[in-house]
Ligand binder design. Structure first.
Ligand code: SF4
Length: 422
C-alpha cells in the first residue's frame, strides 16, 4: 500500500537540475540493462565508461557503482535539450530506479510506503504538474521495486514495523501516532493564526506531550487528551509574536551554524566555496557563525547580500508562499520523513525539533533571495533548505543534535521562529 500526499502535484518539467546535481547509484541489474542498450558502441561513448565505482577501493567484497558524469557534473546521458537519452530512446521504465523515483521519497511505515517529496525539485515546490493521486499506480510500482532494490529492507521486514518512538521512554502505536501527527498538521493549517505562531503552538504541544505519561493514555483516552490539550497550549503561546524577546547570543550563534549546514553545497554544479578547499570552507563557516559582513557563498547562486540586509523583515506572506509552507510541512509530517530511519534515526521529538528549525532557516533564506519577490523567494528558500534536510550527514551529527537540544530546551528556537517570521 502507498500513502500519497493528496495535496501535492508534480510532473517533470525537464529543468535538468537533478541530472546535473546528484550522483545516481545503479544496481548490477540496472548496469546490465543499460549496457545491453548498446551505448558503448556510439562514438561519443568510446572513451567514456558508463559507470564508475562509488565504493572505496578497499571495499572490494561489496562494490557499488554509479552513473558516470561528464563536464559540469552532468550525467553522461543528459542531452543538450536537458532530456534523458535513455528515457528518450528506450522509455521511462528503462532508467535506473533512482532517476525514476526522484523527487519522491518512499518512507517505510508499517504495512505502507508513505510518500514524501524532495522540494529541491523546483516543480515539487511550485506544485506544478498532475496530482499525485493520478500517479498512484506508477508510484506503487516503484515501491514494489524498492522492496527488492539494493540494501533497502525487504517486504518481510517492513511488515509490522512500529512507528518511530517519540523519545527513549515514549512510544505510540500507529493509530495514536497518526492522531498526534494529524493534530500537528491541523495546527499548522489553522487559517486563523499567523504561520510562525502555528509552529510555536506545535512546539508547545510537543512539550506537553513530552512530559505526559503516554503509557497510561491510549486509544480514546489519548484522543481525548489531544482534544483537551490543543486549546490549552494555544492560550500559552503569545498572540503578538513581535512582542517576544529576540534570540539571545547562544540562539543566534547556533542558528547561524545550522544555517551554514543548510546553505552549503560541497559538490555538483552549484558547489560553493568548498571548491576552493577545506580551509576556505572552514573560514566561510566561521564567517557565517560570526554573522558580520557579506553572506559567504556557501553554494553557487546565492545573492550577494550582507548579514545586515538579511535582517530586514520579509513582510507579510504571499498566499502562494503560505500554501507552499503548509504543504511542505504537511508532507514532511504525514510521511514521517522527519524522524526515524529517514532522518538520521532520530526519535519523533528530536526530528520534529529539527523540522521546526527549518522554519526560521527558510524565512532567513527567503530574505536572502528577496529580490526574486514572493512567492519565488519562499519557493527558492524551501528548495535550498530541503535539499539538505535528511541528506547532509552533518545535520545528523552529534554536534548538531546537541545544538538542537539546546535551542529547544532554552526556547531559543521559539524566539528564532518569532524573530525571522516577521
Ligand atoms: S540517466 Fe537520465 S534521468 Fe538519470 S540522471 Fe542520467 S540523464 Fe538524468
Amino acid at each position: 500500500m502507498v500513502r500519497l500526499p493528496l495535496i501535492q502535484n508534480w510532473d517533470c518539467h525537464a529543468c535538468g537540475d537533478c541530472c546535473t546535481d546528484y550522483v545516481v547509484p545503479v544496481t548490477a541489474a540496472e548496469r546490465q540493462r543499460i549496457e545491453q542498450q548498446g551505448w558503448s558502441a556510439l562514438p561519443e561513448f568510446q572513451n567514456t565508461p558508463l559507470f564508475v565505482r562509488s565504493s572505496p577501493w578497499w571495499k572490494f567484497w561489496r562494490r557499488t557503482y554509479r552513473l558516470n558524469q561528464g563536464p559540469g557534473h552532468r550525467c553522461i546521458f543528459l542531452n543538450d535539450k536537458k532530456l534523458c537519452r535513455i528515457h528518450d530512446q528506450f522509455g521511462f521504465e528503462t532508467k535506473p530506479l533512482a532517476c525514476r523515483l526522484y523527487p519522491y521519497i518512499l518512507v517505510p511505515a508499517g504495512e505502507q510506503w508513505r510518500v514524501s517529496m524532495r522540494y529541491a525539485c523546483p516543480s515539487a515546490v511550485a506544485n506544478k504538474g498532475r496530482p499525485l493521486s493520478s500517479q498512484s499506480e506508477e508510484i506503487a510500482g516503484m515501491a514494489r521495486e524498492m522492496e527488492t532494490w539494493g540494501d533497502v529492507p525487504r517486504r518481510g521486514s517492513l511488515l509490522h514495523l512500529p512507528p518511530p518512538p517519540l523519545s527513549r521512554h515514549q512510544a505510540l502505536d500507529w493509530p495514536d501516532w497518526q492522531q498526534m501527527i494529524n493534530l500537528f498538521i491541523a495546527t499548522l493549517r489553522d487559517p486563523h493564526d499567523a504561520f510562525p505562531r502555528r509552529m510555536l503552538r506545535c512546539l508547545a504541544l510537543m512539550r506537553v506531550l513530552k512530559s505526559a505519561k503516554l503509557s497510561e493514555l491510549q486509544g480514546k483516552r489519548f484522543q481525548e487528551f489531544l482534544r483537551v490539550m490543543s486549546p490549552a497550549v494555544d492560550a500559552d503561546v503569545p498572540r503578538q509574536l513581535e512582542r517576544m524577546a529576540g534570540p539571545g547570543w547562544i540562539g543566534r550563534v547556533l542558528f547561524r551554524s545550522s544555517l551554514a549546514l543548510y546553505l552549503r553545497k560541497d559538490s555538483g554544479v552549484r558547489i560553493g566555496v568548498a571548491k576552493k578547499g577545506r580551509l576556505a570552507l572552514v573560514l566561510s563557516t566561521l564567517r557565517m557563525v560570526l554573522g558580520q559582513g557579506q553572506v559567504p557563498l556557501l553554494q553557487g547562486g546565492l545573492p550577494d547580500q550582507s548579514f545586515a540586509q538579511v535582517e530586514e523583515p520579509l513582510g507579510e506572506l504571499h498566499p502562494a508562499s503560505l500554501e507552499a509552507l503548509e504543504r511542505y510541512y504537511e508532507v514532511k509530517l504525514d510521511s514521517g520523513q522527519f524522524c526515524g530511519r529517514m532522518y538520521y534515526g532520530m526519535p519523533v521529538w528530536e526530528g520534529f525539533t529539527a523540522l521546526a528549525m527549518t522554519l526560521p532557516i527558510i524565512f532567513w533564506t527567503a530574505r536572502l533571495f528577496r529580490r526574486l519577490g514572493q512567492p519565488e523567494s519562499v519557493f527558492k528558500a524551501i528548495s535550498v533548505v530541503d535539499e539538505n534536510f535528511g541528506y547532509h550527514p552533518l545535520l545528523g551529527s552529534r554536534r548538531q543534535r546537541l545544538a538542537l537540544g539546546i535551542l529547544e530546551s532554552r526556547q531559543e528556537l521559539d524566539r528564532l521562529i518569532a524573530w525571522y517570521g516577521k
